[in-house]
Design a binder for this molecule. Structure first.
Ligand code: GLU
Length: 490
């Protein structure tokens, strides 16, 4: 049993935080939090062209937004600072020198042109593309002379013969034949070290005990395991989390859905639903319970229970889960969380909604059971904010209303009846009963009134109780919309 567990999340700030990255962070965090360990955040910004500070800020915000915190990191500091990989480059170069001296690395002078020709030859022979180790056997004197002449070189890792095996806490025993691992470049000719090299340097220096990351890094692991050996350093435990797959069973991509955490926040998925859904991507509480809290996750999570099989990102299930969280929350919290979405849709300003707080809360309460995301809430109440003259009818709503031949006549007589009923405001409960009685007294079927009426009031085929809707619209707008409906549905 490893004492003093130290795990890390090491995002590259080359883009938005990927939803798979968010899951990696969450699993690492939960593993540490459930075992009194430390969770370290390290920014892998060694690609200067693609790394930006904006991305980094957004990644940190995204993680915080999920409720994650870290014991060490770029913004909170810690005993192993700096936590930006690019600030550790002097150390990386020092360690590269160590491997060079120990004979685990060598200088390679092969030009790009030579490597291209080599690749063409290998391709023609249908052989695996790998460096042919031409520079591995160069005499020390020749190397010295070429360096002295200023010939550019890269540092390559000298992969030994044999096999590289490691135990993956998710996948079990993994064995790679070393012939599958070419003598890869550790340090480029411009002096910049590469990912596989620096990740191990930093993980060693930061005392990382467990490396949990996406399955796409499994192929890198033999290179990294050999590095631990070269450094005479104990290797951490590895656990590769299954790929998140789109509904097409291929790696999740823009083709089948949004891939950035922020996309789901922008679509108004509740934070708790996002976390809960991410927990289910490769892990299950007990196989039967879909809804659970972050605390339960921390308590129960173990890397050994993560599944090997790819996790299909089922958006329908995600939407369902989001709706469940909305339904169990309070009206107030839903109103607050949805407010920015209502504002962003241009329906009202935040001040207007504040000034009409009671009204807004009543509306939110009315649709709470019907929405799954904050954005859906804004969509569903939009009709209340449009000018009566500008209300558009959904195709389905209009079609449904026009099925009823006597619609205009019915709406007209209903309007005459309704006017005095709501002269002093709409009282949904008594009005509902009176209207039902009116339908019965006029020998009508319910839909003959309610379908055209709903279309006129909301423009939608379905929605919350119509008498609540009338109350939200107020008497004057209710009457006006029915008048307009009589003209438009004729
Ligand atoms: N920077 C790497 C990534 O974003 C980290 C991989 C690792 O955890 O080793 O994929």
């Amino acid at each position: 049993m490893v004492q003093n567990i130290r795990v890390r999340f090491a995002p590259s700030p080359t883009g938005k935080l990927h939803i798979g990255g968010a899951r990696t962070a969450l699993f690492n965090w939960a593993y540490a939090r459930g075992r009194g360990g430390k969770f370290v955040l390290r920014i892998e910004d060694t690609d200067p062209e693609r790394s930006t500070f904006e991305n980094e800020v957004a990644i940190l915000q995204g993680l915080r937004g999920l409720g994650l915190d870290w014991d060490e990191g770029p913004d909170v500091g810690g005993p192993h600072a700096p936590y930006h990989q690019k600030d550790r480059i002097a150390r990386h170069k020092e360690l590269a020198q160590v491997l060079l001296e120990k004979g685990w690395a060598y200088r390679c002078f092969c030009t790009r042109e030579r490597l291209e020709v080599l690749n063409q030859e290998l391709t023609a022979k249908k052989e695996r593309l790998a460096y042919d180790r031409r520079c591995r056997g160069l005499a020390a004197s020749e190397v010295e002379a070429r360096v002295a002449q200023g010939e550019p070189f890269v540092l390559r890792f000298a992969v030994p013969d044999g096999k590289t095996a490691f135990k993956d806490l998710v996948r079990g025993d993994v064995v790679f034949g070393n012939e599958e691992v070419e003598d890869w470049v550790m340090v480029r000719s411009d002096g910049n070290p590469t990912y596989n090299f620096v990740v191990v340097c930093d993980d060693i220096d930061m005392g990382i005990t467990h490396v949990f990351r996406g399955e796409e890094h499994l192929v890198n692991t033999p290179k990294q395991v050999l590095l631990y050996k070269a450094f005479d350093s104990a290797q951490p435990e590895f656990g590769h989390l299954p790929l998140m797959l789109g509904t097409d069973k291929k790696k999740l991509s823009k083709r089948t859905g949004d891939t950035a955490l922020q996309d789901y926040i922008d679509r108004g998925f509740p934070r708790e639903a996002i976390i809960n859904f991410l927990c289910l991507q490769g892990w299950a509480l007990d196989g039967a319970t879909d809804i659970f809290s972050l605390e339960q996750f921390v308590e129960k999570f173990d890397i050994k229970d993560v599944s090997k099989a790819g996790a299909v990102f089922d958006i329908d299930k995600f939407m369902w889960l989001a709706g469940e969280y909305i339904r169990t929350g309070t009206v107030e919290s839903l109103a607050d969380a949805s407010l920015p979405f209502v504002v962003r849709k241009g329906l009202a300003t935040a001040d207007e909604l504040k000034a009409r707080r009671e009204w807004y809360l009543a509306v939110v309460a009315g649709v709470k059971e019907r929405v799954r995301t904050y954005a859906e809430l804004a969509d569903q109440i939009a009709y209340l904010f449009v000018d009566d003259e500008k209300l558009t009818y959904d195709e389905a709503a209009e079609k449904g209303a026009k099925k009823h031949e006597r619609r205009v006549e019915i709406l007209r007589t209903f309007l005459d009846w309704l006017r005095p009923q709501i002269a002093h405001g709409v009282q949904p409960e008594p009005l509902r009963n009176a209207a039902k009685q009116w339908v019965a007294d006029n020998n009508l079927e319910m839909p003959a009134l309610f379908q055209p009426l709903r279309c006129a009031l909301t423009g939608q085929a379905g929605g919350p109780d119509l008498f609540d809707t009338m109350a939200w619209l107020s008497s004057a707008r209710t009457l006006r919309r029915i008048e307009l409906g009589i003209e438009r549905l004729a």
